[in-house]
Design a protein around this ligand. Sequence first.
Ligand SMILES: [Zn+2]
Length: 179
Amino acid sequence: MTTSENQLVHCVYCGKGIKKSGEGIIQISNSRWCHKKCYDKFHAHRIRNLSEEEKRETDMNTLRQYIHEAFKGMNPNWPVIGREIKQFQQMGFSLSGIHKTLIYLFEVKQIDRFRLGGHINVVARYYQEAKSYYQKIYVNNKNALDNYKQESEQIKILEPQPIRNIKMLDIDSFEKGDN
Ligand SMILES: [Zn+2]
């Protein structure tokens, strides 16, 4: 085991520190890892065929759980956060899009969460930027996947399995009412 495998990273979904090579940890892109259970929870609505109501509930719980973890050591202002989430939804933001925007802010841009004042109004400003970011990754991954498939066909390997997880950073869930 190399030191880089032991390097501490953060779960993309719950924000907890994890070891890249740890048990139950999966790699979802070049520089992102997460708990398998968080991945399953986040994608539960894709795996099972949940009703709209159940999906909303799952997405809301996942979002609240993420905020709870991300604001550890601070005092998240839940009444304000609740109102903000409602406003975001009225602006056409999806719950998982809000969640991904927070992941983008905390994990990618690494903004100082202590400066947010315990709420998430910042999402309004970065929602589109986060969406473009995930769109770009999605296109890159899709190209990688297409190239891989083409190569696989050329050498007649029928199971392009290893690269399947890469598709997860899919942007559909940014669209309101989709998935
Ligand atoms: Zn996790």
